[in-house]
Design a protein around this ligand. Structure first.
Ligand code: EPZ
Length: 438
């Protein structure tokens, strides 16, 4: 399997350009199923997850064209005017659970879909009960076939009907799925306790460009007035706030200075606040965000993950890697996923001193990290291991890096441009990593 070899090369310096957001582009691509007309999405990151969603749309009969335009930004054109299949592929859903995001659009457009039950993953059981609660409220019948582990979803003859839906937890995926289904439902739908992530706002912006009538995206109450049909649109995906935060931490952990371009400061306020509590200098400048970890003695702080606008769970592991290097003790509380501390063992193999109790981790600061053979236990934990490897003595070898390539475009190249000593090595018989090919 491909590996990353990372060596301590001193503070990182330079400029990095943030790519399109993985967690925005996936629902945007799913939303293109809602119209017969062509949709174009610019700023597409070249990630394996985008490739999987491209395959998923194609499997339904959509025409999907991916290409670079003249200034190198990748664009995807989708036209779903002839949906010939409404059954999601087991292989694709198991490769990327977020492909369940096509359920809402297929129900709205075709009145039914059959989806393999998405497995849990390393970070948690990842149920979809809230997605299904929303669909049922809109008039969908859900039939679970446990032998084949698929669910069939069917709407009544008259189609989806708007309703008031309360989400017991502000689930990002459930909010997105229900939002997309509600755009073509009869009457009005209100999603209460909705997720407020920037990716939800980006999706609502595309849907409204397509002719939907959505108000309140970004707040905990979203109101959707159903329309008869949607038309094509052109949209550019927002920059990736999790990639932005990851590079902010790369400057902090290596005590370097990095200018992060094409970043939206308003999307990373918790990280700016927390890094400032650790004495890291963070400045919002015209081109983006300038992070200087070299100025002062850095100190510990506590973090607690919460739904947006709280501290993002996706940055919990990279931030924990950083906390092992500052002076003092830190407490990290993970409230979003039930099993998102697998990177703790990997960091401890590198000499970190972290203990856990339930959903809390206690990080001992000022530890001298030492290179070791470690693995990426999930997409963001993989990034955390790279950050740790940048400051560990000796060589760190990171395996299972396909996780990282799901969510970080050109990660190795961007790190190298900042002065990191990092190599991607491929061994005999390695599975060729797939890319969107754009
Ligand atoms: C999205 O996952 C992101 N993925 C995740 O990013 C992110 O960590 C997560 O939101 C939280 O911000 C994409 O957008 C593709 P949730 P999602 O539904 O939608 C529970 C990454 O690294 N829940 O908000 O699956 C669930 O078990 C990935 O980029 C239910 O109980 O997250 C979890 O504990 C990792 N029932 C919590 O809600 C449901 O029906 C948050 O899940 C749905 C969710």
């Amino acid at each position: 399997m491909a590996k990353l070899i990372v060596e301590n090369n001193g503070p990182l310096h330079g400029i990095v350009e943030i790519s399109g957001a993985k967690n925005a582009v996936l629902p945007l691509m799913a939303a293109t199923l809602l119209t017969d007309e062509k949709c174009s999405i610019n700023g597409i990151p070249d990630l394996t997850d985008v490739f999987v969603m491209k395959d998923m749309l194609t499997s339904f009969g959509a025409k999907v064209k991916a290409e670079k335009d003249d200034n190198g930004i990748s664009r995807i054109d989708v036209q779903a005017d002839d949906i010939t299949n409404i059954r999601g592929s087991k292989e694709l859903v198991s490769e990327m659970r977020a492909s369940t995001m096509v359920m809402g659009p297929l129900l709205a457009k075709c009145g039914r879909c059959v989806m393999p039950l998405p497995g849990g993953c390393a970070i948690g059981s990842r149920p979809i009960d809230l997605h299904l609660k929303g669909f049922k409220a809109l008039g969908v019948t859900v039939i679970e076939n446990s032998d084949e582990s698929v669910i069939s979803l069917v709407t009544y003859a008259e189609g989806l009907k708007g309703d008031i839906i309360y989400l017991d937890f502000p689930s990002v995926g459930a909010t997105e799925n229900i939002l997309m289904a509600a755009t073509l439902a009869k009457g009005t739908t209100v999603i209460e306790n909705a997720a407020k992530e920037p990716e939800i706002v980006d999706l609502a912006n595309l849907l409204n460009k397509m002719g939907a009538k959505i108000k309140g995206a970004g707040t905990d109450t979203i109101r959707i007035t159903g329309v008869d049909k949607l038309h094509g649109a052109v949209h550019t995906v927002i920059p990736d706030r999790i990639e932005t935060a990851t590079f902010m931490l790369a400057a902090a952990i290596t005590r370097g200075k990095i200018l992060i371009k094409n970043a939206i400061p308003g999307h990373v306020r918790p990280i700016i606040a927390k890094l400032k509590e650790c004495n890291v200098d963070v400045e919002i400048v015209d081109e983006g965000i300038y992070v200087n970890g070299a100025n002062k003695e850095l100190v510990a702080t506590d973090i607690k993950t919460l739904p947006y606008p709280g501290f993002p769970t996706d940055i919990q592991s990279p931030f924990m890697a950083f906390l092992t290097t500052v002076d003092g003790e830190s407490k990290v509380k993970e409230t979003v996923f039930e099993n998102r501390f697998m990177h703790v063992n990997e960091l401890n193999r590198m000499g970190a001193k972290i203990s856990t109790r339930d959903r809390e981790a206690f990080v001992h600061g000022n530890t001298k990290l030492v290179g070791a053979k470690v693995r990426a236990t999930d997409l963001r934990a993989g990034a955390a291991m790279v950050l740790a490897g940048l400051v560990a003595e000796g060589v760190t070898e990171i395996s299972e890096i396909y996780h990282i390539e799901r969510g970080y475009e050109n990660f190795t190249k961007k790190m190298k441009n900042l002065g990191a000593k990092i190599e991607r090595v491929v061994e005999e018989g390695d599975k060729v990593e797939r890319h969107v090919g754009i």
